[in-house]
Each structure stands twice: as structure tokens, then as C-alpha cells.
Design a binder for this molecule. Structure first.
Ligand code: A3P
Length: 320
């Protein structure tokens, strides 16, 4: 389904020839567009989305940095927003037979990648989409409408390890793997998928401070630590708080249970299935832990990342 270079629109081809480039993490070249690094097919999706996507006031968009737990939050959002239509206890709940990426499609790396201007009119409201696009690249209608953004990020060290491991699994065997030294070097230098990481995070952090009604800023670690509280906060933010009856009946716990790493990662669809775009679903479930980077990063790498993180986030009020 993915576009090849010769399937890019003329507009995209022309743009590519003007952009700074770097070596990509998986295969193709990275291009720097609006301050962030993308492979060319993602860029095509971003351009089409910027041009054609019309946000509605009731839309909910999950925005995340890659490898921050997007799959998890997609599942949670889907279960939360559809809890009346699909009660969690239902034997044929869609999450039991569909990978969360199928239920909550990416705008630029699915919908607007497969078609330049897809027809989204049959999707029932509230529409739930996701994206990794940085704030500066969001389609204008997203800013102009009252749609809500749920932003998810994760501490940079675990993000790096998850990204390094994920992209190595996507590389063709004959290409070999990227060393952690190289991956760490490039991540620190800002050259990673949708990087620089810090600019991505800071863009949405600032938006969430300016406009807390529109942007809810969440961290993977926070959800891990206080899942119930986060889910309740999410429900209030999205205008669908849990009723007392639901609280008593344990709906919050049920949603967290159905979306847990243990539950989702052991479902047949997620162990053996493939996404329509070809990736094995099990690639999205590795360990699902906080602090796993300790098992990989050398003290020097950790120190460097800590230092850069401190410098970049200095004065923002944001910490990892
Ligand atoms: P690790 O590689 O550290 O295990 P994304 O969904 O944004 O691609 O992020 C993938 C990361 O989220 C992986 O982290 C993956 O294991 C973790 N993950 C996937 N499903 C999860 C779940 N239900 N609960 C917690 N973490 C989950």
C-alpha cells in the first residue's frame, strides 16, 4: 500500500528536492520539513493531510511521539469513547479481534498516505484519529476548530531504546542493524523519526499550557503510575466522565484491564496478525516497562541524554 518515490505527487517531489537530507533509520532518506525529520512517504502523507483534512469540532486526535505508547493509548481511547456502543464485557469487543492501529487510524501514515484525499464522511462522530505530526505541521483546521488533542510522550531514554529496537526490526535483513551508539548519537542530534524529540514535546507542552481545554499533555510513565487517575482525567477532558454507576460497576478498571500490555499482547490478532500496511502486530508490543533503557544504555549515553534533556527543557517547567 505504501507509496514509492515515483508515486509521490509532483508537489511533493518538488518539495523534496529543496529540503535538507540525512540518512534514515530504516531505509529511505530523511527530509527536514518544517523543522522535523521524515522519510519521503510520511512527508507525502503530511502534505496531503495539511491540504485536505478538515477537522470537526467533535474530533479527537491522539498525537504522540513515536514509541511513546501510542498503541496503548489508542486502545484506551477507543474503549473509553465507545463504551456504550461496545460494552467492555462484550465477548466480541472490537479490541479482541483488531489491533488498535486498525481501530484508530493514523492521519498521515495511513489515511492520507493511501489516498490523497480520502472520504472520511462515513466515520461516526466523535471521530478518533491519530498522528505523530509536530504541532507546527498540523493542518490549519485542527487549530481553527474546537477539536481536542490528547498528546502522549515518554521519557527520552526509553523512547530511544524502543525506537532503536523497533526500527532495527523493520530493516531488511541484508541491511544489518543500526548500532545503539549510532542510534543514540542521531537521536541526541535530533535526527530521529519526527525528531528533534525535544522540539516535538515542547511544541505540545507549550500548547497545553496556553490552551488546556484543547490539549491534554500525558506521559507514558504517568499512565503507568496512576492509570485510574489518568483515565478519569482523560474522560473528563473529552467530555465523557465516568458516572458514579460506572465507577461502582468497575468500568474504569475493566477498560484498563482490556487495554493492559499482558492482555493485548497475548491476543491472537496481536501475536500473529499483520497490519494492512504489512508490519507484524507483535512489533508494537515489546516489554511495555518504564526504565528498560537502563539495561541497554552505557553510563556515558545516559549522561549525555540527561544533559541534553536538561538543557533543552530548561525553564519550560517540563521534566522527565
Ligand atoms: P517498549 O519498546 O519499551 O516495550 P508505540 O505504540 O508508540 O509504538 O510504542 C510502543 C511501546 O509501547 C513499546 O514499548 C510497547 O511495548 C509499549 N506498549 C504497547 N502496548 C502497551 C500496553 N498495552 N501497555 C503498556 N505499554 C505498551
Amino acid at each position: 500500500k505504501y507509496l514509492k518515490q515515483d508515486e509521490l505527487t509532483q508537489e511533493c517531489k518538488e518539495l523534496l528536492s529543496t529540503l535538507p537530507t540525512e540518512k534514515g533509520w530504516v531505509a529511505s532518506t530523511f527530509y527536514k520539513y518544517q523543522g522535523f525529520w521524515h522519510p519521503c512517504r510520511h512527508l507525502q502523507g503530511i502534505l496531503s493531510c495539511q491540504k485536505h483534512f478538515q477537522a470537526q469540532d467533535t474530533d479527537i486526535i491522539l498525537v504522540s511521539t513515536p514509541k511513546s505508547g501510542t498503541t496503548w493509548l489508542k486502545a484506551i481511547l477507543f474503549a473509553l469513547l465507545n463504551r456504550t456502543r461496545f460494552p467492555i464485557s462484550q465477548k466480541n469487543h472490537p479490541l479482541l479481534s483488531n489491533n488498535p492501529h486498525v481501530l484508530v487510524p493514523f492521519l498521515e501514515i495511513k489515511l492520507y498516505l493511501e489516498q490523497e484525499n480520502p472520504d472520511l464522511s462515513s466515520i461516526v462522530s466523535p471521530r478518533l484519529f491519530s498522528t505523530h505530526m509536530p504541532d507546527v505541521s498540523l493542518p490549519k483546521s485542527v487549530h481553527d476548530s474546537q477539536c481536542k488533542l490528547v498528546y502522549l510522550c515518554r521519557n527520552p531514554k526509553d523512547t530511544l531504546i524502543s525506537l532503536w529496537s523497533f526500527t532495527n526490526k523493520l530493516r531488511l535483513q541484508e541491511m544489518g542493524t543500526n548500532s545503539l551508539e549510532e542510534a543514540s548519537e542521531r537521536f541526541c542530534g535530533g535526527v530521529s523519526m519526527y525528531g528533534p524529540f525535544w522540539d516535538h514535546v515542547l511544541g505540545y507542552w507549550e500548547e497545553s499550557l496556553k490552551n488546556p481545554e484543547k490539549v491534554l499533555f500525558l506521559k507514558y510513565e504517568e499512565i503507568k503510575e496512576q492509570p485510574k487517575l489518568c483515565l478519569e482525567k482523560l474522560a473528563c477532558f473529552l467530555g465523557c466522565p465516568f458516572s458514579l454507576k460506572e465507577e461502582i460497576e468497575g468500568v474504569v478498571d475493566d477498560i484498563l484491564e482490556i487495554c493492559s500490555f499482558d492482555h493485548l499482547s497475548k491476543l491472537q490478532v496481536n501475536m500473529e496478525g499483520k497490519l494492512p500496511s504489512g508490519e507484524n502486530c507483535n512489533l508494537f508490543f515489546r516489554k511495555g516497562e518504564v526504565g528498560d533503557s537502563k539495561n541497554y544504555l552505557s553510563p556515558e549515553m545516559e549522561e549525555r541524554l540527561d544533559k541534553i534533556c536538561k538543557e533543552k527543557l530548561d525553564g519550560s517547567g517540563l521534566q522527565f
